[in-house]
Design a protein around this ligand. Sequence first.
Ligand code: PNS
Length: 163
Amino acid sequence: MRKAVCPGSFDPVTNGHIDIVSRASQLFDEVVVAIGVNKAKASARLFSAEERMEMLEKACADFPNVTVAGFDGLLTTFCEQHGIRAIVKGLRAVSDFDYELQMAQMNHGLTGVETLFVPTSPTYSFLSSTLVKEVASLGGDVSHLLPAVVHGRLVERIAERQG
Ligand code: PNS
């Protein structure tokens, strides 16, 4: 059984994430989408871990070999606990590469887990959860960039925060 993890903050999940999960699901028997903590982004979080998990479960419902999980500690510990030897990450542009390479090398050094980079579809190469939140909070239309269920939740949350 070939198993991989697609880790991320997913605050919230975008169509760019779903593109990577979908492609990973065609390469591996089982894919776990794992919601982790990125300390650098923790203070700007819009959705709780439970909310992100619920949105991801709905957004990934059409992929029979994809499950969703959360984790608190190291990604490498999560991989060891779940018998996962491959991490799949999307690369949008060269600007992603430095940090992703650093994490891949650190993770490999910790437990030997491999990281596979999948080039993001050009349709989504500009897309990030951070930008989506900024544009939506200023009234821009981001409905084409998110799963429908996520767009609805984002609009509601921004209205609550601004209300
Ligand atoms: O979507 P993001 O914010 O780029 O995801 C980053 C994430 C959550 C995958 C990364 O920060 C992570 O793996 N966090 C778990 C803690 C950890 O293992 N840190 C060491 C990384 S080398």
